[in-house]
Unconditional design. Structure first.
Length: 400
C-alpha cells in the first residue's frame, strides 16, 4: 500500500501533519477524520492532491435530491438496501451512482449506513454522516433524513441566491472592461493618428489617454499576465492558514458585502448547529462539525473557541458573546434557548430570521450596485469621449 503525507488541523485548530499508509486517498481521509483531524491536503509520491469539495463533481443539489427521495422511501417502509439500489440505479451522475451502489454493497454486507457513508467523504461530509449515525442509533432515520434534506435544500437555496445576485454586477463589469479595452486598443489610435496628421496641440487629458492606449496596444500580453498572476497569487495565499484568516477577516470588514457575509455565516452556524442538536448529536461534536462548515476562517476560529469553553463546563451563550463575531441578539436568544431547554428550536428560528435578512440585504445591495456601476461607467466612458473631443474644439476654433 502507498504512503500518504497529510496536513490538517486538530479539533483545537492546531496544525498537524504526518505520514499514513492507506489503500487510497479517501481511506486516509476517512481514517484521519475518525481521529478528529480536519484534513487540508494529501500527498502521494510527491504529488499533492487537493481535497475535493462537497461532491468533487457531485453537486450539493444531487445530495439534496437524493436525501429527499431517500427520506420518502424510508418513511414509506422500503428496506434500506432496496432504497439505495433504486436511487443508485436512477442516478444520472455516474460518480455519485458508483458511490451509492458501493454503499448499498457495504450495507448489504452488514455495515451500518453511517459507516458505509463515512468511506466516501467526497460526497457525505461529517455533518451528514453524524446525523445519519444518530438517526440509526435512535431509530428515527426517516426523520433525520427529512431534517437533512431540509437543511441541504436551504443551504443550496441560500448559496444559489447569493451567486445569482452576483452574476449581474460581474457580467456588467466584465462587459464594460472589455468594451473600454477595445476602445483604448483599437479606436483611440485612429484618433491619435488623425490629431498627429492635423498637427493639433493635445491637452494633458488627451495625451494621457493616448499614452494609455499605446501601452495597452504594446503590452496587452503583460496586462493579462499581471491579472492572471494576481488571481493565482491570491488563490495560493488563501490556501495558507495565515492568508485565509487575513482575507476572510478583510471580507467581513467590507462596507456592504461584509455585512451580508456575516449574516450568511450566522445563518449557516445556527442552521447547522440547530439541525445537529435536534438530531441528537452531542453538543461538542456538533460545534466541531459546525466550525468545519462555517465557510469563514474567523467564524470557524470563534466557534472552536466556544467549543473549548463549553468543554470546560461553561454555557454556550457566554463564550459566544465574548468572540464578538456574533450579533448580541443571537447570543441572547441562544441564552434563552439554553435556559428553556429548546436550543434547537431557538437556533432554527434565528436561522430563519437571518436567512430573511440575507434576502433583504442582497436585494439592497443590488439596488445600490446598479446606480454605482452606471455612474462609474459614465465617468470612464465620458472621460475618454471628452479627451478625444477636446483637440477637435481647439482645431475648430483655429479654423474659425
Amino acid at each position: 500500500m502507498p504512503n500518504y503525507e497529510w496536513k490538517g488541523r486538530d479539533r483545537n485548530n492546531n496544525p498537524q501533519s504526518g505520514v499514513m499508509i492507506g489503500d487510497s486517498k479517501d481511506a486516509v481521509i476517512a481514517a484521519l477524520r475518525r481521529q478528529q483531524i480536519v484534513v487540508t491536503t494529501v500527498k502521494e509520491k510527491g504529488k499533492e492532491i487537493a481535497l475535493p469539495r462537497l461532491g468533487g463533481g457531485i453537486k450539493s443539489k444531487d445530495i439534496a435530491v437524493f436525501t429527499r427521495q431517500f427520506s420518502v422511501m424510508i418513511d414509506a417502509g422500503l428496506p434500506l438496501v432496496q432504497c439505495l439500489d433504486i436511487l443508485g440505479q436512477q442516478q444520472d451522475n455516474k460518480a455519485f451512482q458508483k458511490i451509492l451502489l458501493q454503499i448499498r454493497q457495504d450495507v448489504e454486507s452488514g455495515s451500518s449506513l453511517a459507516e458505509a457513508m463515512r468511506k466516501h467523504p467526497q460526497a457525505f461530509d461529517d455533518l451528514y454522516v453524524n446525523m445519519v449515525a444518530a438517526g440509526e442509533a435512535g431509530g428515527i432515520l426517516d426523520t433525520i433524513l427529512q431534517r437533512l434534506s431540509t437543511y441541504i435544500e436551504k443551504a443550496v437555496r441560500l448559496k444559489t441566491q447569493v451567486r445569482s445576485a452576483m452574476i449581474y454586477p460581474v457580467a456588467v463589469i466584465t462587459i464594460a472592461v472589455i468594451v473600454v479595452y477595445i476602445i483604448l486598443w483599437k479606436v483611440i489610435p485612429v484618433f491619435a493618428s488623425l490629431f498627429q496628421g492635423l498637427g493639433a496641440d493635445l491637452p494633458f487629458l488627451t495625451l494621457w489617454i493616448v499614452a494609455l492606449s499605446k501601452f495597452i496596444g504594446r503590452f496587452w500580453w503583460l496586462i493579462f499576465m499581471v491579472v492572471f498572476a494576481a488571481i493565482f497569487g491570491i488563490r495560493q495565499y488563501y490556501r495558507t492558514e495565515t492568508g485565509r484568516k487575513q482575507i476572510d477577516a478583510m471580507l467581513l470588514k467590507l462596507p456592504v458585502l461584509g455585512v451580508i457575509l456575516r449574516k450568511i455565516a450566522v445563518a449557516r452556524f445556527c442552521r447547522t448547529l440547530g439541525t445537529l442538536l435536534a438530531s441528537g448529536v452531542a453538543i461538542l461534536e456538533s460545534l466541531e462539525i459546525t466550525a468545519r462548515t462555517a465557510g469563514n476562517a474567523i467564524i470557524e476560529e470563534a466557534i472552536l473557541t466556544v467549543r473549548k469553553a463549553v468543554e470546560e463546563g461553561k454555557t454556550l451563550a457566554e463564550p459566544l458573546a465574548r468572540t464578538e463575531q456574533f450579533p448580541p441578539m443571537v447570543c441572547q436568544m441562544v441564552g434563552v434557548g439554553e435556559q428553556t431547554g429548546a436550543m434547537d428550536t431557538m437556533l432554527s428560528k434565528i436561522a430563519d430570521f437571518y436567512e430573511d435578512e440575507v434576502d433583504a440585504a442582497v436585494d439592497g445591495m443590488m439596488k445600490l450596485i446598479e446606480p454605482v456601476m452606471i455612474a462609474f461607467l459614465g465617468v470612464v466612458i465620458g472621460t475618454i469621449v471628452v479627451a478625444m473631443y477636446l483637440p477637435m474644439f481647439t482645431l475648430i476654433s483655429k479654423i474659425g
